[in-house]
Write a protein that binds this ligand. Structure first.
Ligand code: ZN
Length: 348
């Protein structure tokens, strides 16, 4: 809350300075005086808000968010409520934030489910879309009644998108809406086999040829074994950033060098990596359509896919920096003059 008050305080101050010069600027350039640096918006992504969100989202009341089950529906409703509260619309229109996936699309007795979508329309190139995604489903409850809260997997990605969306919305309120449109895509059915992202890319709301990038977040709240030492734990694994667009990779490196200064670990980006993480989360459904992607990931840990993946174990300060890295990258891709160049097709 504190950061938001500071931003609005600065806004008021700058606005009053700007308006006094209004008459001397006939080209509308006085709007420059009210423009805030991107960091002002990034700083609205706070560890306190992420923590509040995640303690709600990874609570037992969502029953492990199993695809097609009541807990997942409650989670979808929660996400929709947050977007409505923030005044962020849906690309589907009116009150409809759900892309329905029929039962017939799934295998193995999974009931119908839904992706949750929200978006901010671009001010200059609204037809070009930047997709920020995370799956909001998890694996439910076991036969002994243990709830799999999935705080890291992928509550962390889910609530990070809410905070990223809020940051873009605040910029838009201040006349600094993104040039290109941003789609906040919460996919279902990931744990059952990447169903939600597959369905979206087969039934896209915006044509895939206009989709500039997909930044996918799946687990960014924890520290894995290889980074437990104090001087090593300020890290995030990036996967896929250089595969389809050198420019996307460079943007990601540049904004990190300038703002977030995390150790970007490319271990799992190796083409011969036996874990094959590049193929194992939702970004892959975009990548296979030649859309440049970045997958943000903290690696696996002892609570991975266990009932002990709970919100009290999340590193909130670190998660905030990681979410801010996604925000800065999306901001740059959405606002630069030219669309990202895709130069990596066929190089695999
Ligand atoms: Zn996951």
């Amino acid at each position: 809350m504190k950061n938001i008050i500071v931003v609005f305080g600065v806004l008021l101050l700058l606005y009053s300075c700007g308006s006094s010069q209004k008459s001397s600027n006939t080209d509308g350039s006085n709007s420059k005086e009210v423009k805030l640096d991107v960091t002002s918006y990034a700083e609205t992504i706070t560890s306190g808000e992420l923590k509040d969100y995640l303690f709600t989202f990874a609570d037992d009341k969502f029953e492990g968010r199993d695809t097609g089950e009541p807990g997942q529906k409650k989670a979808a409703e929660f996400l929709k409520e947050q977007y409505k509260r923030m005044g962020i619309s849906s690309p589907l229109g009116d009150d409809d934030y759900y892309q329905e996936i029929p039962e017939s699309y799934f295998r193995g007795g999974i009931k119908s489910s839904e992706n949750v979508l929200a978006y901010i329309k671009g001010v200059e190139k609204p037809n070009e879309i930047v997709v920020i995604s995370a799956h909001y489903d998890h694996v439910g409850v076991d036969s002994d009644g243990n709830v799999y809260n999935g705080a890291d997997d992928d509550g962390s990605g889910t609530v990070s998108i809410l905070e990223i969306a809020e940051a873009f919305a605040k910029a838009a309120e201040n006349g600094q809406g993104p040039k290109r449109s941003i789609l906040f895509l919460h996919v279902t059915g990931e744990e059952k086999g990447l169903y939600g992202s597959k369905f979206y890319t087969e039934n896209p709301i915006f044509p895939l040829e206009n989709t500039v990038t997909n930044l996918n977040i799946d687990m960014i709240g924890r520290i894995d074994k290889d980074h437990e030492e104090k001087d090593k734990n300020d890290y995030i694994y990036l996967i896929g950033s250089d595969r389809l667009s050198t420019e996307l990779h460079n943007i990601s490196e540049e904004v990190n060098n300038e703002y977030t200064k995390l150790n970007l670990d490319y271990t799992y980006n190796a083409k011969d990596d036996p874990n094959r993480f590049y193929y194992r989360s939702d970004h892959y459904n975009f990548a296979k359509n030649n859309i440049p992607i970045i997958f943000y990931f903290n690696g696996v840990h002892e609570d991975y896919h266990k009932p002990t993946d709970t919100p009290d174990k999340i590193e909130y300060e670190l998660m905030t920096k990681r979410a801010q890295l996604v925000f800065y990258t999306a901001w740059e891709v959405a606002n630069r003059e030219k669309r990202l160049i895709v130069d990596g097709i066929g190089k695999e």
